[in-house]
Design a protein. Structure first.
Length: 519
């Protein structure tokens, strides 16, 4: 039999609760729980026969100021509990709450997923039984300080998340507990990508048409399935980091962190602590409690060492230790820490030449060069330039809040015959500049501003410096006509748009062999 739950609307008075209790005590009926609110009392009673229940209801109604006795399904605290349970289950963030003693009182399914610890192992136990004592939630319990978006990595449970915490106070201002909200780092990354419009790197998003890029991508996809160290070779601007991210996203480590670092952008003294972390007090200004390095943050994931050819001999030796044994040692520390990280390295420098001059360790070179991947320069894949141009023009048009411009034939020819010493990065800059310069529907040759002293890719085209003035004018005129006939389908309207007579327009169309497109 189920317990009996009753709601008693009433006119409040002193002694009313005593009268209710005496009615039940006289019949030896146990009160399991009782809640009192202004003008309403709630009772949860032990199971009883129907006849007894009717007698109890009649006796309660006979009490002065009791207005009614209503049978209910749940007590108010049970309703609140079910509501809280529904909220805790539905939210995607993890929620962990502890009481004044540090015992876990609330722990939702999302927290189970993020911390990789089952509910039955956590709830009702001290938080520090299974998690580190230096968690910021315990500090909040001790001193009442709040914290926001603290990045936390737990080696024991392989958890990586952002946490925010708040103390819980009673009415007198005493700390009676604390609560923390957790967000898995992979969800944080997805949120950033969604807000900024940045899509995760993937092979199918790498724009290409050329055979050389098809072969390069096929090899990269094969590399992604393994776990060996990869050395990405190629000139500046060929997309080495993009390929590294795509390999990571297609690998079994895709759900873990991808951590890129430019070894040339940070001084040696700082780079060592960034890569390997440091212990408290290891140097002046070191943070309290020390700091994890990027290798620890990337545990279970991938780290990209960009411009690896710039590493000093000291850091080369420490990196070799990681590659050989999978262990790191923090600056100022004595304990070796195991890390499970796939290492990718990238460089545009000639490592073989650096080895011959004793500027790069041979043993490190062979550790890094397990799987070399060469990325071709843009001048070796001119077939890809039209696709890249279309991709970048659409992107920059959105940024500039303009319609996506067309690209003229002469402008495209200029882009294709240029050698692109800065590769795709330089192409991107040139097109961004062109989108900002153009004030019409099409990008013309003079909007494409490149280094004219770079030799052309092919001798089939005239060098830019040998074009005569009249040839350049004719080229621009023909291009303008080609664009105009797309919008004005009669010679008369075309003449009005260009400021020419009807006869002059017909002569120029005939001169350049241009006809109106069919509808």
């Amino acid at each position: 039999m189920e317990t009996i739950r009753l709601k008693l609307p009433n006119v409040d008075r002193v002694g009313l609760v005593l009268d209710i209790s005496e009615v039940l005590a006289a019949r030896k009926i146990n009160i399991i729980s009782m809640e009192v609110e202004p003008n309403t009392a709630y009772l949860e009673l032990e199971p009883m026969a129907t006849a007894v229940r009717q007698e109890v209801v009649s006796a309660l109604l006979a009490i002065p100021q009791v207005l009614d006795v209503v049978l209910i399904d749940l007590m108010p605290h049970q309703v609140r509990t079910e509501q809280l349970k529904a909220v805790m289950t539905s939210v995607s963030e993890g929620i962990v709450a502890i009481d004044a003693a540090g015992v876990v009182t609330h722990y939702n399914p999302a927290a189970e997923r993020i911390l990789h610890l089952p509910r039955q192992q956590i709830v009702g136990h001290l938080l520090t039984e299974h998690l580190p004592a230096d968690l910021p939630l315990m500090e909040t319990l001790r001193n009442g300080s709040a914290y926001n978006n603290r990045e936390i990595v737990l080696q024991k449970t392989k958890s990586h998340y952002l946490a925010s915490g708040r103390p819980i106070f009673d009415q007198s201002g005493r700390i009676i507990g604390a609560v923390s909200v957790l967000k898995d780092i992979s969800e944080v990354r997805e949120l950033v990508q969604s807000v900024t419009g940045q899509l995760p790197a993937a092979f199918h998003r790498i724009v290409h048409e050329s055979n050389v890029m098809k072969r390069t991508l096929a090899m990269a996809r094969t590399i992604a399935r393994g776990d060996s160290t990869v050395l990405l070779r190629g000139e500046t601007g060929t997309g080495k980091e993009l390929f590294a991210r795509a390999i990571h996203e297609a690998s079994p480590r895709a759900s873990r962190m991808f951590v890129p670092i430019n070894c040339a952008a940070i001084p040696d003294q700082l780079l060592e602590s960034e890569l390997f972390g440091y212990e408290e007090g290891s140097f002046s200004g070191a943070a309290r409690g020390g700091k994890r390095g990027l290798f620890e943050y990337a545990d279970g994931g991938t780290i990209l060492l960009d411009e690896v050819g710039e590493l000093s001999s000291t850091l080369q030796a420490k990196l070799l230790r990681v590659l050989q044994d999978g262990k790191i040692r923090r600056v100022g520390g004595t304990m070796e820490i195991d890390v499970d990280v796939r290492v990718m390295a990238a460089t545009h420098r000639n490592l073989e030449d650096l080895m011959s001059r004793d500027m790069f360790r041979a043993d490190l070179y062979y550790r890094l060069n397990v799987i070399p991947l060469y990325l071709p320069p843009l001048r070796e894949r001119p077939e890809d330039i039209p696709l890249l141009v279309d991709f970048f023009l659409r992107r920059f048009a959105v940024r500039a809040k303009k319609p996506s411009p067309l690209i003229g034939e002469a402008a495209m020819a200029k882009l294709i015959r240029y050698q692109w010493p800065g590769n795709i990065r330089e192409l991107e800059n040139v097109l961004e500049r062109a989108v900002n310069l153009v004030d019409g529907p099409a990008i013309l040759a003079h909007h494409i501003q490149v280094q004219d002293n770079i030799a052309p890719i092919t001798q089939l085209q005239k060098p830019l410096g040998l074009f005569r003035l009249e040839e350049s004018v004719a080229e621009a005129e023909r291009e303008a006509l080609l664009q105009a006939v797309q919008h004005h389908r009669s010679s008369r309207r075309l003449g009005e748009a260009l400021g020419l007579s009807h006869t002059a327009v017909l002569k120029k169309l005939k001169k350049y062999g241009i006809v109106f497109p069919t509808k």
